[in-house]
Design a binder for this molecule. Structure first.
Ligand code: SF4
Length: 744
């Protein structure tokens, strides 16, 4: 029976899923050692709202599948298997095939007793665990330290790399990058920002001198018009989406630009259904029209912008008629959008991974920065640039330096003065060269003289990275892989050592949301078995490789981090309060922090916004006669990334249990496919089988597949071409064919 609220313990923390970072309170029944329910808490960015993931998606932490003991691979299980024993392109498919949506006979039961999954769902514990033996923490950590030190000594710092996680707290991200940099002398440390908004950050850093948003999503209330582009916020940032819809009811105009007609299109005043991969052509045409109509804010441009003349020359080649042919958007609609945006007194652009996850991702973001800048839409309430960050702490993990080119607070590793400062603070010599990114590290493993030893903290590249047969091959060829996670993930199947970590419910730490709001997550319960808090595991490893660390709490780590991060100045665990604080913040005791940045100058060296014009380039792999359709990948409302958490949540998995390919009705009909039928989807890199969902929201010639499902892994199909600046992969465009399974 559920006890009355007054008998439950209320613990304030933060939702672990998307970058909105809703404030929530868990009501804990200590007599059962279990959470009874969750409730949204009032905070400026979430106003007590929660989506289905925040409200119901926490029971995974109590799954009997949690890792509770360190595990060491048995000598007899080398070469690594089971999956890595065969790295041919089709091996993974053969294992994963269990009919559309996988084998549901192993579906979660309500009492949590029958939770083991068979192939087709999550990792098959019965199959994988026999390859490992349980170990003590001493033995496991000693082995990790010894093997990584051996590789380092034999092959040099460049042979070591670390993937951190945006699921970790700021403190954990800070310590992880410090361990790799100070302990192994390399900047080969990155995390999933490389798969999400790395191109946006590259463009923002170059354009305005800061990788963070210039205003909050709540500032939509002060905007006359907003552009929401490359984003399905109803699914991916649900509570932020509710702010957008609410603002429209109060008079804010919404321009929605996206290849998929998500539900936001129904709330938009103008919907531009661009063809995939044509954003540069669309926004260049909008700027062409803004300039032609005389709607440029010339005072702003004269005082605060550089590069305007070159931009004018570039966009002159993009009259709406030409761009209409490229984008598929009517020239009249492009003109109307340009007029509405140009005439508005205040406008914000919110964008998602439909902008960033392209080989032209940085160019796409450059166009958005230019459009805001030439119309003076930065630095005032209701104006600005806002990449909607994906994971709950991807902003914080990037801020904390979990990226190969920057120390904490985006201080360049290749700037000598900066390096000297960090060397002094950390008491070690540091690598002066930029490190490798996530995608480059995977490629490097496959080359002679590349990375040989890896520390993987909470990442699952086996499902999240593009072209996963290549990832699988790389993981199986590492000399040593240590995985620190809460479940036996697909990536952990390749590990030499697995360290049982803690979920967000089991530790104190801070998380920074897409608005730059730093909030405290508080411990709700103890980790299961011998699982440990992540920052303590990192510290124990650091000591074993010779670093003199003695942090007593995550708040002590936070204080050290803040001392090296001017943007976070003045913040402490004890002044973040129940609702967190925005950074920068001159007086956190009395102020919520700064909503609007760049009111007087940008963060660039000369204080100006730097416009960088872009030419439209087609995607790298275009449809042809053999692969006539375009694949777009992304997320569903109910699931999160590689599904290790949400697919173990009873409510979320029940609502959305199977993988589907979303198709335009005509594309489905042309292939003899009906709703619910099983199809085979094939690209040049592999094939998967899954159910068809006929959907009028898809464009003719385009398909959508979420990447959460192991049994129909979308990233088996995706291409590993990357953006040259942000090094982000092309998750939004590759050529595929779809056929009815019975056709063979
Ligand atoms: Fe969690 Fe995002 Fe949903 Fe808020 S909107 S409850 S942060 S998943």
């Amino acid at each position: 029976p559920i006890r009355p609220r007054q008998e439950l313990d209320a613990v304030d923390t933060v939702c672990p899923y998307c970058g909105v970072g809703c404030a929530l309170t868990y009501y804990v029944d200590r007599s059962r050692g279990a959470i009874a329910f969750a409730e949204g808490r009032d905070q400026p960015g979430s106003k007590s709202r929660l989506c289905v993931k925040g409200r119901y998606g926490w029971d995974y932490a109590a799954s009997p599948q949690r890792l509770t003991m360190p595990l060491i691979r048995k000598e007899s299980s080398y070469p690594k298997g089971p999956l890595s024993a065969d790295v041919r392109g089709d091996a993974y498919n053969d294992r994963g095939r269990a009919g559309a949506g996988g084998d549901r006979s192993a579906k979660l039961s309500r009492n949590g007793k029958d939770r083991k999954r068979k192939p087709g769902g999550l990792v098959d514990y019965d199959e994988v665990l026999p390859h490992f033996r349980e170990a003590t923490w001493e033995e496991a950590l000693d082995l990790v330290a010894r093997r990584l030190k051996e590789i380092h000594a034999e092959l040099g710092p460049g042979a070591i790399a670390g993937f951190g996680s945006a699921k970790c707290s700021n403190e954990e991200a800070y310590l992880f990058q410090k361990l790799i940099r100070a302990g192994f002398g390399t900047n080969n440390v990155d995390h999933c920002t490389r798969l999400c908004h790395a191109s946006s950050v590259a463009a923002l850093f170059e354009g305005v001198g800061s990788g963070a948003v210039s205003t909050t999503y709540g500032d939509v209330a002060n905007a006359e018009v907003v552009i929401i582009t490359g984003s399905n916020p109803t699914a991916n940032h649900p509570v932020a989406s509710s702010f957008f819809k609410q603002a429209r009811r109060r008079g804010t105009k919404i321009v929605y630009v996206d290849p998929r007609a998500s539900t936001v299109a129904e709330h938009a005043d103008y919907y531009c259904q661009v063809k995939p991969g044509t954003d540069v052509a669309f926004y260049n045409a909008v700027m062409h029209e803004v300039i032609r109509l005389g709607l440029v804010d010339m005072d702003f441009v004269r005082e605060r912008v550089s590069g305007f003349e070159e931009l004018v020359r570039t966009v002159a080649d993009y009259p709406p008629e030409r761009s209409a042919q490229i984008t598929g958007v009517d020239a009249g609609l492009i003109r109307e959008v340009a007029r509405v945006w140009g005439e508005a007194k205040a406008g914000v652009i919110y964008w998602g991974m439909g902008i960033s996850q392209h080989t032209t991702g940085t160019d796409n973001a450059r166009c958005l920065i230019a459009l805001c800048s030439i119309t003076g839409n930065v630095g005032r309430p209701g104006t600005g640039l806002h990449p909607l960050r994906g994971q709950n702490n991807v902003q914080g993990a990037s801020d904390a330096g979990l990226i190969p080119m920057f120390y904490p607070d985006y201080q360049g590793v290749d700037r000598e003065g900066t390096r000297r400062r960090f060397e002094q603070a950390w008491g070690v010599e540091l690598d002066p060269e930029r490190g490798l990114t996530v995608t480059e590290i995977i490629g490097s493993v496959l080359k002679p003289g590349g990375v040989r030893g890896m520390y993987m903290l909470g990442e699952n590249p086996f499902l999240s990275d593009p072209n996963i047969n290549k990832v699988r091959k790389a993981l199986s060829q590492l000399d040593f892989l240590v995985v620190q996670d809460i479940f036996l993930t697909e990536t952990a199947e390749f590990a030499d050592v697995i360290l049982p970590a803690s979920s967000y419910l089991e530790k104190d730490g801070s998380y920074t949301n897409t608005d730059r709001r730093v909030q405290l997550g508080r411990k709700v319960m103890d980790p299961p078995g011998q699982a440990r808090v992540d920052w303590e595991i990192i510290q124990d490893l650091a000591r074993r490789i010779g670093l003199d660390w003695s942090y007593a709490s995550s708040s002590e780590v936070f204080d050290e981090m803040v001392a090296l991060m001017p943007s976070y100045a003045n913040l402490r665990h004890d002044n973040l309060g129940r609702t967190g604080k925005l950074y920068p913040n001159a007086d956190p005791e009395h102020s919520d922090g700064t909503v609007v940045l760049f009111d007087e100058r940008f963060n660039t060296d000369d204080g100006l916004a730097h416009l960088v014009p872009a030419q439209w380039l087609p995607a790298k792999e275009l449809p042809d006669a053999e692969y006539p359709l375009v694949l777009n990948t992304g997320r569903l409302l109910e699931h999160w990334h590689t599904g290790s958490m949400t697919r173990r949540s009873f409510a979320l998995d029940t609502i959305s249990p199977v993988a589907e390919v979303y198709m335009h009705p005509k594309d489905a009909a042309d292939r003899g496919l009906a709703h619910g039928q099983t199809a085979r989807v094939r690209s040049r890199r592999g094939a998967i089988e899954l159910q068809v969902r006929v959907s009028h929201r898809e464009q003719l010639g385009n398909c959508f597949i979420p990447f959460h499902f192991r049994e129909a892994a979308a990233n088996l199909l995706t291409i590993d071409e990357i953006d040259p600046y942000g090094k982000i992969p092309e998750f939004k465009f590759c050529a595929i064919q779809v056929e009815a399974l019975s056709a063979e």
